[in-house]
Design a protein around this ligand. Structure first.
Ligand code: NAD
Ligand code: PRE
Length: 304
């Protein structure tokens, strides 16, 4: 058992998937759980999510060897402050937040000496949220990035890496600022663009009546899937990764204007060259063996 006792804080998509993946791997020694709302705690108890669900944060983390913060990034700091006096000396605290620099700044200062803090980010998810949305295979063959602050204990980092490998992930270590920039390109801005496109379609609804829904083509459907993601989680992501998101959006709008101009001036050559370049990116991802099937995870019934 890599961690005999694990505490999960925030029983949503990621924490519940971790629980089922731990069970599958034989890594669920004793798992405690806490969620803020009574309704979520009741659901967790009903579906057997965690060995014990507590009504207080303090009881949940007491004796835990690994504490996982799986709440929206804007809530990490307050949770860290509340659990800090109750942590077992020598334990590891980790998080699964989509943004790393802000979480390190919010959580780190609250943790007592002798507690190891190893931030992490599993690059896997769906548009679904809540305790019933998780499944054991979510992390299979997906990256989990470990983002240890400077001076982190090497053994604690190595141990968390082993844990995520047992849950099915591939591991890489990354610097927090680099992480936030990369994720702004690969995840955060694409989400914002999807939210925007679906918002535009919604604004046009009055003009097009229900045709937007009726004739929804595959490209737009994919946007609606992404745009159905949890509003609290994504509000927090953009507020916490402000600089990198704004940097990438600046570049995005420059490119968009260039393409807009090519369409207006009838510059087919420019459009064709651009689309040829971007097509190669997708082929590169497939050749690298990356699993691109994530969008289907939310639609299929999966075994817990
Ligand atoms: N959904 C994804 O695709 C995905 C992927 C990787 C990482 N993440 C990150 O994982 C974290 C959890 O996301 P999720 O998708 O599991 O979300 P979720 O909405 O499914 O679950 C979040 C849980 O946190 C609880 N919560 C919210 N505020 C709280 C607070 N102040 N105190 C205690 N509990 C609180 C909610 O009630 C819920 O149980 C987020 O930080 C997110 O950025 C999400
Ligand atoms: O597949 C999805 O639904 C996701 O959006 C998952 C996704 C992503 O952008 O890839 C979303 C946020 C994360 O922090 C990690 C993964």
């Amino acid at each position: 058992m890599i961690y005999p006792r694990v505490a999960l804080i925030g029983l949503g998509l990621i924490a519940s998937s971790m629980y089922w993946a731990m069970k599958r791997a034989g890594e669920a020694g004793h798992v405690t759980g806490y969620a803020r709302s009574q309704e979520t705690r009741d659901t967790a108890r009903r579906i057997g999510l965690c060995d014990q669900v507590f009504d207080s944060l303090q009881e949940t983390v007491r004796d835990a060897d690994l504490v996982v913060l799986a709440v929206p990034v804007g809530a990490m700091g307050a949770v860290a402050r509340d659990i800090a006096p109750h942590l077992k000396p020598g334990c590891t605290v980790t998080d699964v937040g989509s943004v790393k620099r802000q979480v390190i700044e919010d959580v780190g200062p609250h943790l007592p000496e002798g507690v190891h803090f190893v931030p992490a980010h599993p690059l896997a998810g769906t548009e679904h949220s809540g305790p019933e949305s998780g499944f054991a295979t979510l992390f299979d063959n997906r990256w989990c990035l470990l983002v240890p602050p400077e001076g982190s204990d090497a053994d604690a980092v190595e141990r968390l890496g082993r844990f995520w490998r047992a849950l099915g992930s591939n591991i890489d270590v990354m610097d927090p600022d680099h992480h936030d920039l990369v994720l702004a390109v690969t995840s955060h801005c694409p989400h914002l663009i999807a939210y925007t496109m679906v918002g535009v379609a919604d604004d046009l609804r009055r003009v097009t009546d229900s045709e937007v829904i009726k004739y929804s083509a595959a490209g737009f459907r994919d946007f609606t899937r992404i745009a159905a993601s949890d509003p609290t989680m994504w509000r927090d992501v953009f507020l916490s990764n402000k600089d990198a998101t704004l940097e990438i959006l600046g570049r995005f709008t420059e490119e968009l204007f260039a393409l807009q101009r090519a369409i207006r001036t009838g510059d087919g050559e420019q459009l064709h060259a651009y689309f040829t370049r971007t097509r190669a990116i997708r082929r590169g991802i497939l050749e690298a063996g990356q699993d691109t099937s994530a969008p289907d995870f939310g639609r299929v019934k999966v075994e817990r």
